[in-house]
Ligand binder design. Structure first.
Ligand SMILES: CC(C)(COP(=O)(O)OP(=O)(O)OC[C@H]1O[C@@H](n2cnc3c(N)ncnc32)[C@H](O)[C@@H]1OP(=O)(O)O)[C@@H](O)C(=O)NCCC(=O)NCCS
Length: 182
C-alpha cells in the first residue's frame, strides 16, 4: 500500500498509530462524548485492532499527534464511484474524523481535514472526496466548509441517531479541480 504518512498538517503530525497507542485510541473511538454524532457508536476491540494493525487496500486512515500526543483520528478510505462498465476504479475517497474532547475548539479537526484532503488529491491523485455528517453536527459542518467542501446532499431523515431517532444528514464533496482552484 502506498505510504502517505507521516505528514504535517499545520501543527499536527499525521501518522499511523503505534500498537501501544491502540488501547487509548479505542477508548477515544468508543467515548460516548465523542461518538454522539458518529454512525457507529461502538466498535468491537478486536475489529478495531485488526483494522489498524493490518489495514485493507485503500484504507489510509491515520492519527493526528500534537506535541507527540495523539489527539485525533482521521479516516481516509479509497472507494469506487458509481458508473457503467469501464469506469475507472478507486478514484474517490470518503473521509471522517474525531478529536479528543479535551482538544475541541482549537482547530485540530480543521487542520486534520486539510491534511486528509492534501493526501487524497496531491498524493493519491484522487478526483473526488466526500464526507457525511449529521445536520445537527454544526462544528463538523463548519470544519468541512472551512476546508472548501460543498454541501451537495441534504438527506431528510436519512440517518438513525440513537438518542434523537431519524435525523437529517448532509453529504459534502470536493473535486480535485476545485481543490486546485482554491
Ligand atoms: C466535530 C469535531 C471533529 C470538531 O473538531 P474541532 O477540532 O473542535 O474543530 P475545529 O476547532 O477545527 O473547528 C470547529 C469549528 O466549528 C465551530 N463550532 C464549534 N461548535 C459549533 C457549534 N455548536 N455551532 C457552530 N459552529 C461551531 C468552531 O467555532 C470552529 O469554527 P471557526 O474556526 O470558524 O471558529 C469534534 O467536535 C469531534 O470530534 N466531535 C466528535 C466526533 C464527530 O462528531 N466527528 C465528526 C463526525 S461527522
Amino acid at each position: 500500500m502506498r505510504t502517505l504518512w507521516p505528514a504535517r498538517a499545520g501543527d499536527l503530525v499525521l501518522r499511523r498509530p503505534q500498537p501501544s497507542e491502540l488501547d487509548d485510541l479505542l477508548a477515544l473511538r468508543n467515548d460516548p462524548a465523542c461518538n454522539r454524532f458518529m454512525m457507529r457508536t461502538h466498535v468491537e476491540p478486536e475489529t478495531f485492532r485488526r483494522e489498524w494493525l493490518s489495514p485493507g487496500d485503500g484504507d489510509h486512515s491515520c492519527v493526528a499527534a500534537l506535541d507527540g500526543r495523539v489527539v485525533a483520528i482521521g479516516f481516509l478510505e479509497v472507494e469506487d464511484g458509481m458508473g457503467q462498465p469501464g469506469m475507472p476504479r478507486g478514484t474517490q475517497a470518503s473521509i471522517g474524523y474525531l478529536v479528543s474532547p479535551g482538544h475541541w475548539g482549537r482547530g485540530v479537526a480543521s487542520a486534520l481535514v486539510g491534511g486528509l484532503l492534501t493526501a487524497a488529491f496531491d498524493h493519491l491523485g484522487l478526483r473526488r472526496v466526500t464526507a457525511g455528517c449529521n445536520a445537527d453536527n454544526h462544528a463538523s459542518t463548519r470544519v468541512l466548509e472551512k476546508n472548501g467542501m460543498r454541501r451537495e446532499q441534504h438527506g431528510v431523515e436519512d440517518s438513525w441517531h440513537a438518542d434523537l431517532g431519524w435525523v437529517d444528514g448532509y453529504t459534502y464533496a470536493l473535486l480535485a479541480r476545485e481543490w486546485r482552484a482554491r
